[in-house]
Ligand binder design. Structure first.
Ligand SMILES: Nc1ncnc2c1ncn2[C@@H]1O[C@H](COP(=O)(O)OP(=O)(O)OP(=O)(O)O)[C@@H](O)[C@H]1O
Length: 236
């Protein structure tokens, strides 16, 4: 049984304010991700890469198709049809998501945001504090920022905080939407080291990359997308 089996995934958007105009996000996507595997997705801007990741994380509800996922808590579950309660638990305990955008609560400091992610998995507070600090240090987020609110952080600082918050849980499955965008070389190395560390511990991953040189060092398989569809693929 693979960790994730995507069959005929389609997502389209209906723009009500434009007379119900329909925009294709992705269409006819078939993908299989094995346990411990890392799949990289490439393609031009607007090709539909983020739409696939957002359907898996259920930021978007797919229009049709299925995404069978092997959950620790629920066994085989179709993420396209799972209930909100199940999705909340799966997001808390099993699937991490990293992007450049903040999904954090207002008035929560950077450090507390990372601690909270770990506490939600059942980790004792004191241990969570230690691990959060070591993650923030690993990604080089200045200590002077740890007890401030992240809404004023730079793009790269927000991304490094999101990386720390998602990776501190050492999730079973990690979704990475351009995890090196706007990062300097030293920070990119920190990302690569942590990705390889998680991989050694069995985390399965799917990531979107524009930095192909970086991608080829970490993925096992790569797919390219164009106009909402997968148009090519190869084993790295
Ligand atoms: N919430 C939305 N409402 C309407 N259209 C959307 C929405 N999200 C995505 N789209 C459209 O779906 C298509 C695919 O977008 P998506 O964000 O998946 O592309 P991408 O390949 O990740 O691009 P980029 O590399 O620029 O992030 C685009 O045409 C986009 O405009």
């Amino acid at each position: 049984m693979p960790l994730l089996n995507i069959e005929q995934l389609n997502k389209s958007f209906h723009l009500h304010q434009f007379g119900g105009k329909q925009i294709v996000g992705c269409s006819g996507i078939n993908l299989t991700l094995d346990h411990g595997e890392f799949i990289g997705i490439t393609g031009k801007s607007g090709a539909g890469k983020s739409t696939i990741l957002k359907c898996i994380y259920r930021t978007y509800i797919p229009t049709s198709g299925s995404m069978y996922y092997e959950s620790d808590s629920y066994g085989t579950i179709d993420l396209a049809r799972a209930g909100e309660r199940e999705m909340i638990e799966i997001r808390q305990k099993e699937i991490g998501y990293v992007s450049q955008f903040l999904k954090l609560l207002p008035r929560v400091t950077a450090q507390d945001a990372v601690i909270q992610e770990l506490v939600a998995t059942g980790c004792p507070k004191e241990r969570a504090e230690g691990e959060a600090r070591s993650m923030l240090r690993h990604f080089g987020l200045a200590e002077s920022l740890w007890d401030t609110y992240p809404n004023t952080f730079s793009g790269g600082e927000k991304l490094r905080l999101n990386l720390a918050a998602a990776m501190v849980k050492r999730p079973k499955f990690l979704l990475l939407d351009e995890p090196t965008a706007s990062l300097d070389n030293g920070s990119k190395e920190a990302v690569r080291d942590m990705i390889l560390d998680l991989k050694r511990q069995g985390t399965s991953m799917m990531g979107i990359f524009h930095d192909l040189e970086f991608m080829e060092k970490v993925v096992d398989q790569e797919f390219s997308m164009q106009s909402g569809s997968i148009t090519g693929g190869r084993t790295a």
